[in-house]
Design a protein. Structure first.
Length: 286
């Protein structure tokens, strides 16, 4: 199936599906990554496991509606609540529901990659979620200070060392270098796939640093209920070598969700090495 669009009010959300039948599964990424960063091969693996898979571009990314006005002066200011949010986390959760509605799904399993949005969908619309898998994530309900405590700042120092990009080729190389910072140190770096994804991502919509600001501002604009309100079967996945989040982030997330299973993979960073796909899929709530 090619690219389709769902509507959430005036916002167009680009999505595509894999498979034609099976248990409905919505893939949700966080911040400003486009849906192409869910590997096609991973989506096909999910289809073989019996899922009907949908992935989508969050608003302000890829082929979905973009918002031209900045939310604030920097991502850090947005995280701390500065700037005027143009939309909220509730709006972004609604984008995922719009995709489900377009597909005729009354409910679905939700798989979130570094995604507060996936948590928001489960908290704000529990009747739409059958089961939840949260990977490389921290509690979306944490306050600003606790969120900062979960972060590892070494990765941000690495980002600042990356050369500025002034050409499309340099933009693509910067995306690849950024992914390399996140990559799992115990597994081979998937150079070919990362280059393909970075090239496609740039051709669909070049990176816009204001998107990160607006997404962070959206997170601060919505007060989510406690994570204890999530009652569906939940799996929380973390890597021991996550370059963005401290080990306690995933553990705290799982501890706050009743009955959640927590799995930590040795040598895994803030990404999805192919070598763990099958094990994660086997453990996902079903």
């Amino acid at each position: 199936m090619g690219i389709e669009h769902a509507m959430n009010g005036d916002t167009r959300i680009a999505y595509e599906t894999f498979g034609t039948s099976g248990a409905p599964l919505l893939l949700v990424l966080g911040l400003d990554y486009q849906m192409v960063w869910w590997p096609d091969a991973f989506c096909e693996r999910l289809v073989k496991a019996g899922y009907h898979v949908a992935r989508y571009d969050n608003r302000d990314t890829g082929l979905s509606t973009h918002f031209p006005e900045p939310a604030g002066g920097s991502p850090w200011r947005a995280l701390l609540g500065g700037g005027r949010p143009l939309y909220t986390m509730a709006d972004m959760a609604g984008d995922g529901l719009a995709v489900m509605d377009a597909l005729g799904w009354t409910d679905a399993y939700v798989l979130g990659g570094t995604s507060a949005i996936a948590q928001a969908i489960a908290l704000l619309h529990p009747e739409r979620v059958r089961g939840l898998t949260l990977c490389m994530s921290s509690p979306a309900t944490a306050g600003v200070l606790q969120t900062l405590r979960y972060l590892k700042f070494g990765a941000f120092r690495e980002f600042r060392k990356l050369p500025k990009a002034t050409t499309p080729e340099q933009e693509i190389e910067r995306l690849i270098a950024t992914y390399r910072v996140f990559a799992s140190p115990a597994y081979p770096f998937p150079e070919e796939w990362v280059r393909e994804a970075a090239t496609l991502s740039h051709s669909r919509a070049p990176s816009d640093p204001r998107t990160t600001q607006r997404h962070l501002a959206a997170g601060r604009a919505t007060k989510l209920p406690p994570l204890s309100g999530i009652t569906v079967p939940t799996l929380v996945v973390s890597g021991t070598e996550d370059q963005m989040l401290k080990p306690g982030a995933g553990r705290d997330l799982a501890a706050q969700i009743p009955g959640a299973q927590f799995v930590e993979y040795p040598g895994v960073g803030h990404d999805w090495p192919e070598e763990i796909w099958d094990d994660v899929i086997t453990r996902m709530p079903r």
